[in-house]
Design a protein around this ligand. Structure first.
Ligand SMILES: *[C@@H]1O[C@H](CO)[C@@H](O)[C@H](O)[C@H]1NC(C)=O
Ligand SMILES: *[C@@H]1O[C@H](CO)[C@@H](O)[C@H](O)[C@H]1NC(C)=O
Ligand SMILES: *[C@@H]1O[C@H](CO)[C@@H](O)[C@H](O)[C@H]1NC(C)=O
Ligand SMILES: *[C@@H]1O[C@H](CO)[C@@H](O)[C@H](O)[C@H]1NC(C)=O
Ligand SMILES: *[C@@H]1O[C@H](CO)[C@@H](O)[C@H](O)[C@H]1NC(C)=O
Ligand SMILES: *[C@@H]1O[C@H](CO)[C@@H](O)[C@H](O)[C@H]1NC(C)=O
Ligand SMILES: *[C@@H]1O[C@H](CO)[C@@H](O)[C@H](O)[C@H]1NC(C)=O
Length: 409
């Protein structure tokens, strides 16, 4: 059985054992309907399969009436015709196959005790159906197959749909997203600011989107080649930050990596990431091709099963992440960060990591507090956790939400 099949089997087991718990906790969660963007075809904005793009919108109230939180949905990428054709007729490539109703939890929750700083804002989840972090602009057509790589146009179509609904009069705004959606916040942060009133307070938050240009355990630049093929296939290059692509004009596709694009982003930014991000661990540091004999198999499922050499390798990855953030950490006056040491991926959308009695903490701060303190300027918010295994607040067992997110990539 390969790793994917095993993960799938394991996730089924977890789903079965946790079913009663899930039904119970959904009672108090917010369900929000899908809105299709009817005007999208007028600017050629389509999902991979040609369906209409969509978002879910929960209107703000009270003191939050004029504040807006936009959250990019995540879900990996497709970087060649084969993988994009496979993706097109699924919920990752078409709104026809997506859930019509989404649960809004964590940073999207409308409950003040679960989401104290953003619960009464206008909250929008942007559905992901282009496969290139909302940044491509191309079409593949050869007579039998047709694929739309229109992420950048989807981004524009959704923004233009929301502007007359109140986004155009926003007082405060936060652009966020997780995983491939976290990457999208790096790519679109300054563009978001340009649509909003000049006196609005606009900031951006990336959750699990700081994908590193790192080598894998076979010394291969797996992720670099992956992004290069993605940028080429989907026509992303012209939508990358032009100051960045000009600065590294020999390898403009490198500006897909947040570590190179970050210095050119002008809007205040918060970087939330685990130093042992499970997606990066499994796909950048130890991709299946780099571990043909499965020496990392048990370590990937549970960090307590890693041997000392593997732990040292993981510490090296953490070190590289902190090094890549050093200049931001030292020099950014308006930026914030929270780099914890939990084996996880995406921590703002799930209630148990965002804010709960036993949610992860760094120097006693929950993630929601750190983000809120930074957004509202209540205190400096640059947290770096001590290395694994020091943090006892982590839930390092492969959890339900984590398995679900990884399976969805
Ligand atoms: C969501 O959609 C369902 C089915 O179309 C409808 O019955 C319900 O009233 C909608 N809810 C809201 C809040 O619009
Ligand atoms: C908000 O969440 C708290 C804690 O889970 C819960 O006790 C309360 O009932 C929720 N309020 C609403 C309006 O759902
Ligand atoms: C179009 O591309 C698909 C996927 O690569 C391929 O299966 C199909 O044969 C191609 N059709 C033509 C007419 O070349
Ligand atoms: C923002 O992006 C849109 C395309 O999505 C583009 O038309 C517009 O010019 C961009 N705005 C700025 C200020 O770059
Ligand atoms: C590039 O940098 C110049 C000078 O700082 C700035 O005026 C311009 O807006 C920047 N362009 C982008 C796309 O950020
Ligand atoms: C290293 O990358 C090359 C090019 O992508 C690939 O052909 C090769 O199989 C990779 N080797 C390993 C051990 O992953
Ligand atoms: C911080 O900024 C200063 C001035 O631009 C620069 O000289 C210094 O190298 C930067 N520090 C780091 C760690 O990047």
């Amino acid at each position: 059985m390969n790793a994917n099949a095993l993960m799938a089997a394991f996730s089924l087991l977890v789903l079965l054992t946790c079913a009663p718990l899930r039904i119970h906790s959904q009672l108090e969660r917010r369900l929000v309907n899908m809105t299709l963007v009817r005007n999208a075809p007028s600017i050629g904005a389509y999902c991979l399969d040609g369906s209409l793009p969509a978002y879910h919108f929960d209107r703000g109230f009270g003191a939050g009436e004029r504040n807006w939180l936009l959250q990019f949905e995540g879900g990996g990428w497709c970087n060649d015709i084969k993988s994009c054709l496979e993706r097109a007729p699924t919920r990752r490539g078409s709104t026809r196959y997506m859930s019509r109703v989404e649960v809004f939890s964590g940073i999207l929750s409308n409950n003040a005790s679960l989401n104290p700083d953003f619960y009464n804002w206008n909250r929008v989840k942007l559905r992901y159906c282009d496969g290139a972090s909302f940044a491509g602009d191309a079409v593949f057509q050869n007579g039998t197959s047709l694929l739309y790589f229109r992420g950048q146009r989807i981004w524009r179509a959704i923004i233009e749909d929301l502007l007359p609904k109140g986004l155009g009069q926003a007082k405060k705004a936060l652009l966020s997203g997780c995983s491939a959606g976290g990457l999208a916040t790096f790519l679109h942060c300054d563009n978001f600011t340009s649509y909003l009133p000049k006196d609005a307070s606009v900031k951006c938050l990336s959750d699990a989107g700081f994908f590193l240009d790192g080598r894998d355990i076979a010394m291969n630049h797996t992720m670099r080649y992956f992004y290069k093929s993605l940028v080429t296939l989907q026509g992303v290059e012209k939508n990358l930050n032009t100051n960045c692509t000009r600065a590294i004009s020999l390898y403009p596709e490198q500006c897909m990596f947040p570590q190179y694009a970050l210095p050119y982003i002008k809007t205040p930014f918060f970087i939330l990431n685990s130093a042992y991000d499970v997606y990066q661990f499994h796909h950048i540091l130890v991709p299946p091709a780099a571990d043909p004999h499965g020496h990392w198999y048990h370590c990937k499922l549970n960090p307590a099963a890693c041997n000392p050499v593997q732990i040292a390798t993981l510490q090296g990855f953490r070190k590289y992440m902190l090094q890549s953030l050093r200049s931001f950490f030292i020099n950014s006056t308006r930026g914030g960060m929270y780099i914890n040491s939990c084996f996880t991926h995406c921590q703002s959308e799930t209630q148990d990591t965002w804010l709960a009695p036993d949610s992860p903490r760094v120097s006693t701060k929950a993630i929601s507090e750190a983000v809120g303190d930074w957004y509202f300027g209540r205190s400096v918010s640059k947290e770096i956790d001590c290395p694994y295994p020091c943090d006892k607040t982590c839930h390092n067992m492969i959890g339900l939400s984590q398995i679900q997110v990884l399976n969805n990539l």
